[in-house]
Ligand binder design. Structure first.
Ligand code: ADP
Ligand code: MG
Length: 684
């Protein structure tokens, strides 16, 4: 433990009140503080009088020439002081409502001024000033870092705290990148990069500081990502599943439909790897509705035939229930004993399920995050499937192995990852792609309408319901309390639609219902006891009701393309023609483009690329899809070239056995051990 782990009140000048404000920013230790980066920089480097551009923001050093004059405009005091820059350019410096400065602006006083310069009037409206006699170099005459702040903190106060912390702890900042790497890529040292990211000498130093820190961030991410697979492939034998061809053919015959060629192909890939002693680490990417669930069930059945248990991890209880039911319908008939494990299970039922998993009475379990908790033990787990993989974090990928098992792992994702990102994010996985839809699917007609056309939309929905179909209506918010001007909420929408939809049963679904309530609503909708479901995006993931043919999305411009595509994927799952109606009055060009993209293609991969282009990766993956790694500094798109190098170097490092004993790498090895990323093969 270095002293960087000291609490922030160890820094000179940080008392209880600042400590509290820092805590609100998530800053508890010195290290947290050093890693709290500016979100932009103000250029307050001093310019000469000749350089000043009309109407641009400039910084000059000047001397006050005469006492300031004050006049009033309404209640506003306008104070003007005649000044002359130190290189001789006269101008008027203007302040609003800052009369307390009046006495300080005595003739002869030297002051640094930042503000917008008007060359015609020879004047500047002052945004920031600093008197020469109390000038602190961290606030002026340079690129000045601007931080996000809360409470009593101002960017200026935070700047002071940071510059003190940097001075006080400079010698404690450990270097973890090996010298060889730093030399090869001409990377700044850790200390210099932290100093320069907060208080850059100039733009180039800032660029270099950022480059070093992004590299480190990506490099450590890649090491974590690849370490498990690397250790695993090299040191840990996996399970070689085995079963006969007859058993398998028999199984195929009880499937409710003929598998598509695409499904057959990916099942072949999966089984091949399951049979080999090499552990499987595979990502199955398939667009919404391409039929991934059955692929998972096939793999789970193969585990069963081989005499092992399997588990399926899903992000929501609704989805867990749904998979539990359909697996029971299909595999239950073949004699598999299947369990369900969710957070809302009663203690007694939970305990029973846990016992049965531990003593092997269950062949298979489907569950939510509850599966990841302590106390979940298996008799002989050989396969883990993660549905809607993007909802889970990188760390969760290896959780079962940390529980001491070495199962084959299959990740399934319907969020098409643009190719540019796939490599960097899933570089540790082999990929199977399901690029074909089951036959007989009718394309989903997608329409974009304005809010003023709601009547027409509702009429259309009524017609479909009258034909015996069902429909979803999605709103961005749950209820009015979180009201944002002009944005629909599910609760009010439900009340409002009851009348126009009279004669049909309408239900309401959102994240604040209890698990039991959600389950009951879903049950009714599935059983077609309910025809119209008003919902928030809780139904976005995985829900499968083939008789539902209409998806209406209010304020559609508030959703990302990936999310809209997921929502649209709730319909078009059966034999009937389906329709998706986007209601939106987008305010931006990007909003218009998103609506147009949705109506012009149904291909998730095309949409993903488009979304990335329109919004950048942070937004593309959205807040809810928090499984995507978030980087403090690195930008997955803009810094893609750095990620590529970081990936290659991480791989090279893991492959070289000397790495463990090279003195140069010691701090890094220690770091990885501290993070429990790996153990040294030489040691253990
Ligand atoms: P997703 O890939 O989005 O998870 P699902 O696995 O939920 O898709 O499948 C969508 C629908 O397609 C389900 O109703 C499923 O029963 C059906 N389905 C899957 N495979 C086939 C197939 N080969 N032929 C016909 N229908 C299929
Ligand atoms: Mg699915």
């Amino acid at each position: 433990m270095t002293s960087l782990h000291s609490p922030v009140n160890y820094i000179a000048g940080v008392g209880p009140s600042k400590e509290k404000d820092l805590a609100r920013l998530g800053i508890y230790t010195v290290e947290d503080l050093l890693y709290y980066f500016p979100f932009r920089y103000d250029d307050r480097t001093v310019q000469s009088g000749r350089q000043l551009q009309h109407l641009s923001r400039v910084t000059v050093r000047a001397v006050v020439q005469a006492p300031p004059a004050v006049r009033y405009k309404g209640r506003r005091a306008i104070m003007t002081a005649q000044v002359k820059t130190t290189d001789g350019l006269p101008m008027a410096a203007v302040w609003f409502n800052q009369l307390f400065l009046r006495d300080k602006l005595r003739p002869g006083t030297e002051i640094t001024l930042t503000g917008k310069y008007d060359a015609r009037r020879r004047s500047m409206v002052v945004e920031h000033y600093e008197f020469a006699h109390d000038a602190q170099s961290v606030h002026s005459h340079r690129l000045v870092p601007i931080y996000e702040v809360r409470g009593q903190l101002t960017p200026k106060v935070l700047r002071s705290i940071l510059s003190k912390a940097l001075k006080q702890y400079e010698r404690e900042i450990p270097e973890i990148l090996p010298v060889s790497l730093r030399n090869q890529y001409k990377l700044l040292s850790k200390v210099d990069s932290l100093l320069q990211i907060h208080l850059p000498n100039d733009r180039e130093s800032l660029r270099q500081a950022r480059r070093r820190l992004v590299f480190e961030e990506f490099f450590l991410f890649q090491l974590k990502l690849q370490a498990f697979r690397f250790m695993h492939k090299h040191d840990q034998p996996g399970i070689a599943h085995s079963f006969t061809k007859e058993q398998w053919t028999e199984f195929l015959q009880v499937l409710p439909f003929v598998l598509t060629d695409g499904q057959k192909q990916v099942i072949r890939e999966i089984l091949l790897e399951m049979r080999s002693p090499q552990p499987m680490n595979r990502l199955l990417q398939g667009d919404v509705g391409s039929g991934k669930t059955i692929v998972a069930f096939c793999a789970m059945y193969a585990a069963y035939l081989s005499g092992y248990q399997s588990a399926m991890l899903v992000p929501t209880e609704i989805l867990a229930e749904q998979h539990y039911e359909s697996s029971n319908r299909l595999l239950g008939r073949l004699g598999l004993r299947i369990g369900l494990l969710t957070g809302s299970l009663k203690e007694k039922a939970r305990k029973e399920t846990l016992d049965q998993l531990a003593n092997g009475q269950l062949d298979m379990v489907i569950g939510t995050h509850a599966l990841l908790e302590e106390g979940v033990e298996f008799a002989n787990l050989s396969l883990v499937v993660t549905d809607e993989q993007h909802r889970f974090g990188v760390e969760q990928r290896s959780i079962f192995r940390q529980k001491g098992h070495h199962p084959d792992v299959l990740f399934m994702s319907a969020t098409p990852i643009p190719r540019t990102l796939a490599m960097s994010l899933f570089g540790d996985l082999d990929v199977s792609v399901l690029d074909q839809m089951p036959e007989g699917r009718k394309p989903i007609q997608t329409h974009w309408v304005r809010a003023s056309e709601e009547d027409k939309v509702l009429k259309f929905v009524r017609r479909e319901l009258a034909k015996g179909r069902q429909a979803y209506v999605v709103a961005p918010l749950i209820e009015e309390s979180e009201k944002i001007e002009g944005v629909e909420n599910a609760v009010d929408l439900y009340k409002r639609l009851l009348e126009p939809m009279a004669g049909f049963k309408t239900g309401l679904m959102h994240g604040r219902l209890t698990a039991r309530e959600k389950e009951e609503v879903m049950r009714q909708f599935k059983a077609n006891e309910m025809q119209l479901l008003i919902s928030t995006t809780v139904i976005e993931v995985g829900v499968n009701v083939p008789n539902a043919t209409v998806m209406v999305i209010y304020n559609a411009d508030r959703f990302g393309l990936a999310q809209l595509h997921q929502l649209r994927g709730r319909v078009g799952r059966g034999e009937y023609a389906s329709t998706c109606i986007l209601i939106a009055d987008p305010l931006t060009d990007a909003g218009v483009e998103r609506m147009q993209a949705m109506t012009s293609t149904q291909n998730g991969f095309v949409l993903a690329e488009k979304d990335l282009e329109l919004r950048g990766p942070g937004e593309f993956f959205g807040i809810r899809q928090s499984g995507m790694p978030e980087f403090r500094l690195g930008d997955l798109v803009a810094d893609a070239h750095i990620m590529k190098v970081a990936r290659e170097e991480a791989q090279a490092l893991l492959e070289s056995k000397e790495f463990w004993i090279m003195p140069d790498c010691r701090p890094l090895v220690q770091y990885l051990k501290d993070q429990k990323v790996l153990q040294s093969p030489l040691q253990d």
